[in-house]
Design a binder for this molecule. Structure first.
Ligand SMILES: *Cc1c(COP(=O)(O)O)cnc(C)c1O
Length: 369
């Protein structure tokens, strides 16, 4: 028995509010059953290659079909992509925005011995800095949504050397936030966030300029492990394949979510949905006597990951524990941030009615704890 029992009418229909793995819709699971005949079959044969092709063309449609851009993919999730990008895309000097865990991890990957020491623009967690035009920088990198703090950065180029690339970590924003693909060269992500699939895969929308860089680096004498070679990934992706075996269920779940978003109005629809849900959370936090928005500048507040600070008198972890006992899951803060706060995903699949119930459930628990 939970110590505090939240009444039925305050319980979300789906209690999953985590930032990844995240809510998987029932229709995705139905698609998994409907496509059960694909599971356990070779990824080198037509049926799975057709599935990968649908994912690639569905993503291009979702991302506004930028001319010449391609979707490449490989195993290992976004974390593997950081190292792949360091080995296969980066040259010379990088500039990185760092205001949380994920941005910091990519900045570290760019400290590889064959690269120049990067310019790191570090900002306080809960806020962010801006990319700055810098002569000699060959790649500008930043997280579109810093998932550890709930801070959003617009996808926009700055004045740069003509051969500079822009790399956007869109792991937790892709599929939930609209953007202009022409404003970046590499828009990479993993399927376990807005796409409601499973982890372990990375995907990237790459511009013609980024493809040219992949070819350029591959032609140098730099040692590149095969697993981290984006040239190998590019060649395989053009055959609707991956270097090594992908998880097939992940592909089915992902494809279903892409089709769902596209058929509902695409990225503009998803963007409006996540904006409305997050706006509800932020307005609630501003009203609540015990809560406040961690991200103080409204322009920096993420529409897909809401971080809510609690007053000292209320222990967020205790609230989270009671919520968990009642089936409301994974609203704990990012483990390394160490704040007295809750972190709530408002990904595309998460319905605003469930967000309304969640906030009412938190109010209920805080009054009784
Ligand atoms: C989740 C996340 C990652 C890590 O993704 P993995 O697929 O687990 O490697 C990287 N960047 C951001 C912004 C994330 O939210």
């Amino acid at each position: 028995m939970p110590t505090i029992k939240i009444p039925e009418h305050l319980l979300p229909v789906d209690g999953r509010f985590g930032c990844g793995p995240s809510k998987i819709r029932e229709a995705q699971l139905d698609a998994l059953v409907k496509n059960a005949h694909l599971l356990g079959t070779s990824h080198r044969q037509a049926p799975i290659k057709e599935l990968v092709k649908q994912i690639q063309s569905g993503l291009l449609e979702l991302f506004h079909n930028p001319p010449g851009y391609e979707i490449i993919l490989g195993n290992g999730g976004s974390t593997a992509f950081w190292d792949a990008a360091a080995y296969s895309l980066a040259k010379g000097k990088s500039q990185a925005l760092v205001h949380g865990e994920f941005g910091a991890k990519f900045a570290n990957a760019l400290k590889a011995p064959f690269l120049e020491s990067p310019t790191v623009i570090t900002s306080e967690v809960g806020s962010r800095g801006e990319l700055l035009a810098e002569a000699g920088v060959k790649q500008y990198v930043y997280p579109q949504n810093e998932t550890s703090t709930g801070v959003i950065t617009p996808v926009a180029r700055v004045v740069a050397d003509s051969d500079a690339l822009f790399l956007t970590d869109a792991t937790s924003s892709a599929g939930g936030v609209d953007f202009d693909p022409q404003e970046t060269d590499v828009y990479y992500f993993a399927p376990q966030k807005n796409f409601g699939s499973d982890g372990g895969l990375w995907l990237a929308l790459v511009s013609p300029k980024a493809i040219a860089r992949i070819e350029e680096i591959a032609a140098t004498d730099r040692y590149i492990p095969e697993f981290l070679s984006l040239k190998v990934a590019l060649d395989n992706s053009r055959q609707n394949q991956t270097l090594n075996t992908p998880a097939l269920a992940t592909l089915v779940l992902l494809n279903e979510q892409i089709k769902w978003i596209n058929s509902n109005g695409g990225l503009a629809w998803a963007d409006a949905k996540t904006k409305a849900a997050s706006a509800f959370v932020y307005a609630w936090a501003e009203r609540a006597s015990f809560a406040s928005c961690f991200v103080t500048d409204p322009a920096h507040r993420s529409q897909v990951v809401c971080t809510i600070d609690f007053a000292e008198t209320v222990h967020a972890m205790e609230v989270s524990k009671v919520l968990r006992e009642n089936g409301i899951l994974d609203v704990d803060p990012y483990r390394k941030l160490g704040r007295n706060q809750l972190r709530i995903a408002t990904f595309t699949a998460i319905d605003i009615t469930d967000v309304e119930r969640l906030t009412a459930a938190i109010d209920f628990v805080v009054e009784r704890i």
